[in-house]
Design a protein around this ligand. Structure first.
Ligand code: TYC
Length: 119
């Protein structure tokens, strides 16, 4: 049986754009940058009826805040009308909003929160 030397794959010749003999492959190197994914902040809104304690518990449960941080955020919302609970990817932020609205509805509180792109 005759042995064959394995043939090497053809190596494309690199030619300057616009140049070459018509048969060659032109390869251009281009820096590729991938933009970071957009981030979303979950913002909780103040109202006159939701108990402060409920908001503190929600912040602890869904936004992993300790009691001290949760109390500070709740007071900021109470005083300023709104406050950021956390910053997440689009899907995680919208899940957090759903969880908060669901917990508030079940408890009969009008607590509102929204997700918005971070500037
Ligand atoms: N303002 C409410 C009260 O005085 C407390 C509250 C805080 C409600 C934050 C909503 O997102 C909120 N009971």
């Amino acid at each position: 049986m005759a042995t064959q030397t394995p043939s090497k794959p053809p190596v494309p010749t690199i030619q300057p754009p616009g140049g070459g003999d018509g048969d060659s492959v032109v390869m251009e190197r281009r820096a590729q940058r991938v933009a970071p994914p957009p981030m979303f902040q979950v913002v909780m809104l103040n109202d006159d009826y939701t108990p402060m304690e409920f908001v503190v518990v929600v912040l602890q449960e869904f936004f992993n805040k300790d009691r001290e941080a949760a109390t500070q955020i709740m007071l900021k919302i109470h005083l300023d009308g709104r406050g950021v609970c956390g910053v997440y990817s689009r899907d995680v932020a919208s899940t957090k909003v759903e969880q908060v609205l669901d917990a508030a509805n079940k408890a009969g509180h009008p607590l509102q929160c929204v997700s918005e792109p971070v500037e």
